[in-house]
Design a protein around this ligand. Structure first.
Ligand code: TMP
Length: 210
């Protein structure tokens, strides 16, 4: 049985993660690979309930600490119910956001101590890490413009102001810089097709997946 891999997509608002997750999932399924497409916050029934609390309502509805604990409550459920069993049966799991988002949003942008979030991750998730993390990078104004053109109600983080989103972008770039073996930054201002090709190249080169 092939080893299941855990691949995450990260980035700020409007960077096109969900589109790339979908494209990669259909590419892998067409190649006959067992693939699971999922997202955070959410991805399992109980975690989706927590998602609703996190992504709607006033921008200051939760403090960064309360948010972090809610994201981790959702993550623990999602991991246990979906991600871990899928990887164990040999599936490749593609996840739209994971723990790097908590470091970037709640610590770098939200002001919470990064080491505390890292400690929480070690404590409740045994420090689990993706095999590959694609970081989609886009200038803040462009990302927020794209996100605003979507018609949905999940705008709580989009409304946090430009400076928050600048810190967020730098946070993701810093994470990628600190974990170069796991992370790859892709310029998200390119066309959807070019980004998809860059993702496929990364899978080949870094994970030896065809
Ligand atoms: P999405 O729009 O990519 O589905 O993500 C929902 C929002 O939740 C998005 O604005 C980013 C935010 N988020 C965090 O702040 N911390 C986290 O740990 C995760 C997973 C998401």
């Amino acid at each position: 049985m092939n080893k299941g891999r855990f691949i995450t997509f990260e980035g700020g608002e409007g960077t096109g993660k969900s589109t790339q997750v979908k494209l990669l999932a259909s590419y892998l399924s067409l190649s006959g690979v067992d693939v699971v497409q999922t997202r955070e916050p959410g991805g399992s029934p109980s975690a989706e309930e927590i998602r609703a609390l996190l992504v709607t309502g006033a921008a200051d509805r939760w403090s960064p600490l309360a948010e972090t604990l809610l994201f981790y409550a959702a993550r623990v459920e999602h991991w246990r119910q979906i991600i871990e069993p899928s990887i164990a049966r040999g599936a490749h799991v593609l996840c739209d956001r994971f723990a790097d988002s908590t470091i970037a949003y709640q610590a770098y942008a939200g002001g919470l101590d990064r080491h505390m979030v890292e400690m929480l991750h070690r404590l409740v998730m045994s420090g689990v890490e993706p095999d590959l993390t694609i970081v989609l990078d886009l200038p803040v104004d462009e990302g927020l413009k794209r996100a605003a053109s979507r018609r949905d109600s999940e705008t709580r983080f989009e409304r946090k102001g430009r400076e928050f989103h600048e810190r967020l972008r730098q946070g993701f770039l810093d994470i990628a810089h600190r974990f170069p073996n796991r992370c790859l930054v892709i310029d998200a201002s390119q066309s959807i097709e070019r980004i998809h090709s860059a993702v496929l190249a990364a899978l080949k080169l870094r994970l030896r997946l065809e």
